[in-house]
Ligand binder design. Structure first.
Ligand code: F6P
Length: 549
């Protein structure tokens, strides 16, 4: 059934008039007038705690936002996704990354097949293989245990495993060094190969489709490099594949016994839970990998069953929608106050922007509101000393998600309190700001002259009233990491439902791929570069001249 345009819904109109009043709200005042603001605008789920009280909204706003979620059919669409309906309508696929973390005791039938049994058969293979590599029983072709693992993949076949391996660094195997090569730029592979020894290196060729140009080129380069010192029959000890495309894996020369399959109902950016997570399982071991899946499953269960008022992914999505729609926030900054979550902003960029960076509804009509904000970020406290200036005093309002663990996974004294102090101080500063009168009082106490004070006041005033969420966990563990990723996956899903976009395709990346193929033929001299604009032609000519083509 065709969905009505979002802006025509009664609940949207109610929010629109509410937003007229909200425009004048000051967070400082909202806190001053409501002693219960923190307990009423916070929620717990699956080992995570979300404080969304430092957003420009009240409980009434939340009620109106949840009315919109209901009127838009978020619950029905969630149930459709979880039950395996083919909600990815442009690719005619189910969307079942949640099935990858279902316990073995469950079942879910898709097209007549119990996919939970399939998932656990692959997990069993992952366990067997990772146990062998980790224990040293899996030997390279000259009889030495594996010391280095190179994951070759891009997009979802890189960002998820890379982010998770880094995040779970404290759980990693001491012998296995993990490397990730994604870029078609040979400098990436060159840097990795410089660090590893072909006798003790395992390559994971990770690609859902096994046709992605970057990955295929990198995989071929890795194989050529390996075969300089080894024979074809040695490949089986050093190359494994993770893919949905058995034929292409075979054609590449990888033994199907060394292939870990997954399924077309797993989107690339949702695939870290599948065998695409092989690098994670190798690094931390199958037990911790299971905990990672279990943490995500706990969030899935919460998302499926919690009332909307206490449903963390729904609340995070609705607050984000409020900021995007009514505060016109064009970007969302992610600030993990945890160095091991260094790649989490990059991971979220793909998750959110590839999912909801869309401009037409599922029916092909133009979306009548802005959709996905630009997602970006960097770890605190580094970010504070780089771009937080703009967030505090720039002309745009940028909402921020602060993410922190209450307890560290290291035992170095003096660091963690300092880290948390900075995290909490920043969210407080963004919220309260500093008024001109407060600045005047400070400068007067420093005994500056009246003229000096008035010259400095505008520069030292902070507008404040800048929204943020804070997401806390006890410690960054496999389980809390799983829950954190699943939280953002479901948040992305809910926002996609509000905008009525298909969050599970990514046609926007195709045009550049086709043009790159054409230009590649021109750069290598197979075809003359005549078909472009003068800029593109000029750039091609420069590159050819530099490379004497
Ligand atoms: O081109 C975009 C994309 O399809 C992503 O969605 C995906 O994660 C990435 O490329 C890699 O794809 P594959 O795993 O098939 O190599």
């Amino acid at each position: 059934m065709r969905q009505p345009a979002l802006t025509t819904l009664a609940s949207f109109k109610a929010l629109e008039s509410h937003a007229v009043d909200a425009r004048h709200w000051q967070l400082r005042q909202l806190f001053a007038h409501d002693a219960q603001r923190f307990p009423s605008l916070t929620v717990d789920a699956a080992g995570l705690f979300l404080d969304y009280s430092k957003n420009r909204l009240t409980s009434t706003t939340v009620d109106l936002l949840l009315d919109l979620a209901r009127e838009r059919g978020v619950e029905a669409r969630r149930d459709a996704m979880l039950s395996g309906e083919k909600i990815n309508i442009t690719e005619h696929r189910a969307v079942l990354h949640t099935a990858l973390r279902l316990p073995r005791s469950k079942s879910l039938t898709v097209d007549g097949q119990d996919i939970v049994a399939d998932v656990h058969a692959v997990l069993d293979h992952v366990k067997e293989f990772t146990d062998q590599v980790r224990s040293g029983a899996w030997l390279g072709h000259t009889g030495k245990p594996i010391t280095d693992v190179v994951n070759v993949g891009i997009g979802g076949s890189d960002l998820g495993p890379k982010m998770a391996v880094l995040a779970l660094r404290s759980y990693a195997h001491p012998r296995l060094k993990m490397h990730f090569v994604s870029n078609v730029d040979g400098h990436d592979m060159d840097a990795a190969l410089a660090l590893v020894d072909p006798e003790t290196t395992l390559f994971i060729i990770a690609s859902k489709t096994f046709v992605t140009a970057e990955t295929m080129l990198n995989a071929g380069t890795a194989r050529t490099w390996f075969l300089k010192t080894a024979k074809e029959e040695d490949l089986a000890r050093h190359f494994v594949a993770v893919s949905t495309n058995t034929e292409a894996v075979k054609a590449f020369g990888i033994d199907p016994a060394n292939m870990f399959p997954f399924w077309d109902w797993v989107g690339g950016r949702y695939s870290v839970w599948s065998a695409i997570g092989l690098a994670v399982a190798l690094a931390v071991g199958y037990g911790y990998f299971s905990d990672f899946l279990a943490g995500a499953h706990a969030m899935d269960e919460h998302f499926r069953s919690a009332p909307l008022q206490q449903n963390m992914p729904v609340l995070l999505a609705m607050v984000g929608f409020w900021n995007r729609q009514f505060l016109e926030a064009g970007s969302l900054s992610i600030a993990p106050y945890h160095q091991d979550l260094n790649r989490f902003p990059a991971y979220l960029q793909q998750l959110d922007m590839e999912s909801n960076g869309k401009r037409v509804t599922r029916d092909g009509a133009d979306v009548d509101t802005p959709t996905c904000p630009v997602v970006w970020g960097e770890c605190g406290t580094n970010a504070q000393h780089a771009y937080f200036q703009l967030l505090h005093q720039g002309t745009d309002v940028t909402p921020i998600d602060f993410i922190a663990a209450l307890r560290a996974t290291h035992d170095l004294p003096g660091h963690h309190d300092s880290l948390l102090a900075n995290c909490f101080a920043q969210s407080e500063a963004f919220m309260t700001g500093k008024t001109a009168d407060e600045v005047r009082a400070d400068l007067t106490a420093q005994k500056l002259s009246a003229d000096e004070i008035e010259a400095l006041v505008p520069h030292k005033t902070f507008p404040g009233n800048r929204p943020s969420n804070t997401i806390l966990m006890d410690q960054l563990t496999p389980s809390t990491l799983g829950a954190l990723i699943a939280l953002y996956e479901h948040k992305t899903f809910v926002q996609g439902v509000l905008w009525d976009v298909n969050s599970f395709d990514q046609w926007g990346v195709e045009l550049g791929k086709v043009l790159a193929k054409n230009i590649h033929a021109e750069l290598t001299g197979e075809v003359q570069p005549e078909r472009h604009d003068s800029s593109t032609n000029g750039l091609i000519v420069m590159a050819k001249a530099a490379q004497h083509i």
